[in-house]
Ligand binder design. Structure first.
Ligand SMILES: NC(=O)c1ccc[n+]([C@@H]2O[C@H](COP(=O)([O-])OP(=O)(O)OC[C@H]3O[C@@H](n4cnc5c(N)ncnc54)[C@H](OP(=O)(O)O)[C@@H]3O)[C@@H](O)[C@H]2O)c1
Length: 337
């Protein structure tokens, strides 16, 4: 068996190519006739790549789509309206590396009495070398993981995503769905070091992908813990909120925008030739959002159209509980929660 590693840009690209050849039973895509009229769906990072393709799919099914974006306003919204044939599309500006911006975003949804039926946390970043946000936190840790914790803390406590556990406004029928876009790179990550949790890390071109995997391990561990906390019975049945995650597989998107200059002339044609289009990569996300099968379940993880378990480390309840406590401590220190 080929051992997948994602420790540097070259092995990550090779692993992306191998992804296209994965075997095993696949779920069937949701037929186009399935409608989401009357539902409100949030998509983060919806101005580009996978997020934009998801926004188009959900708008085409009749959902009211809120595109939460840092850039591309209003052009990306116009593109989504044109491609989906729907005008139930709006854009709200948010920078997911900035606590103040996320707080203003959540205030706006709460003050407008928005109820979210679906929230797709898609936005992600891969800086070429280590960078910190304005709060002194490493950027991938901040955007790929912590931003999701911050937004969900507010959206669940405010009842914008209806739930009994934090919002006391549970919706027994047709529970809301929360979807995280993670990555198979979480499997080959170094373990989470809870002793240095949230402390800035330094990396260069050759080991950035390793820390990308770590940020996705944080996210996948959080996804599992959240799905446990939002299931009153604790056994995965009758969830208060359906919480799912996936790796969409390798995508020909803007994700490698910060790749080193020497690698771009190789990377661009390889991605264009062998990686999936964002439209194709959005099919499993659409499945998690719109299929009836995923409505009564929680904690499901997919790799493209295949249902799998995420890594053992991410499923460990002790890791999940510790991650939750550490994230809360960090956010209290920054006066965010
Ligand atoms: N591409 C792949 O091969 C691949 C494989 C597995 C998983 N994924 C995951 O798929 C997701 C989507 O990535 P993609 O491939 O579609 O890449 P992409 O085209 O680069 O899209 C990334 C999105 O995230 C947004 N974003 C980044 N930092 C942000 C911030 N601070 N605040 C708000 N938005 C921010 C970007 O907004 P701006 O345009 O404003 O920067 C953009 O909309 C990511 O979570 C990625 O990790 C990708």
């Amino acid at each position: 068996m080929v051992r997948r590693t994602h420790s540097n840009p070259v092995t990550a690209v090779l692993s992306g190519l191998l992804d296209q050849r994965s075997k095993g039973p696949k779920v069937a895509p949701v037929p186009p006739g399935v409608r989401l009229d009357g539902r409100t769906c949030l998509v983060t990072g919806a101005n580009s790549g996978l997020g934009k393709a998801i926004a188009i799919r959900l708008a085409a099914r009749g959902a009211h789509v809120i595109m939460a974006c840092r850039s591309g306003i209003p052009e990306a919204g116009q593109d989504v309206r044109a491609a989906s044939g729907s005008d139930k599309v709006e854009m709200i500006q948010v920078d997911l590396s900035d606590f103040d911006s996320m707080t203003a975003f959540c205030d706006q949804l709460r003050d407008r009495n928005v109820t979210l039926d679906v929230a797709v946390f898609n936005a992600g970043v891969v800086p070429v070398t280590s960078r910190q946000n304005k709060h002194g936190l490493e950027l991938m840790f901040a955007v790929n993981f912590l931003a999701k914790f911050v937004l969900l803390h507010r959206l669940l406590h405010d009842g914008v995503i209806p739930n009994a556990v934090f919002g006391h406004n549970s919706r027994a029928e047709d529970p809301p769905r929360v979807i995280f876009v993670s990555s198979e790179t979480h499997r080959s990550s170094i373990p989470i070091d809870f002793g240095t949790f949230g402390e800035p890390i330094e990396y260069g071109v050759s080991d950035g992908v390793k820390y990308y995997g770590l940020s996705k391990l944080h996210l996948t561990t959080y996804f599992q813990e959240l799905s446990r906390r939002l299931t009153p019975g604790g056994n995965g049945d009758n969830p208060d909120v359906c919480v799912h995650a996936l790796c969409p597989g390798a995508i020909n998107s803007n994700m490698a925008r910060e790749a080193p200059t020497w690698l771009k002339p190789i990377l661009k044609p390889v991605m264009a030739l062998f990686f999936q289009s964002p439209e194709k990569a959005s099919v499993p996300v659409d499945y998690l959002v719109a299929s009836s099968e995923m409505g009564g379940k929680t904690g499901e993880y997919m790799h493209m159209l295949r249902i799998k378990h995420p890594s053992e480390a991410s499923m460990d309840p002790e890791n999940g509980a510790l991650l939750w406590t550490k994230a809360e401590e960090l956010l209290r220190k920054h006066d965010v929660i």
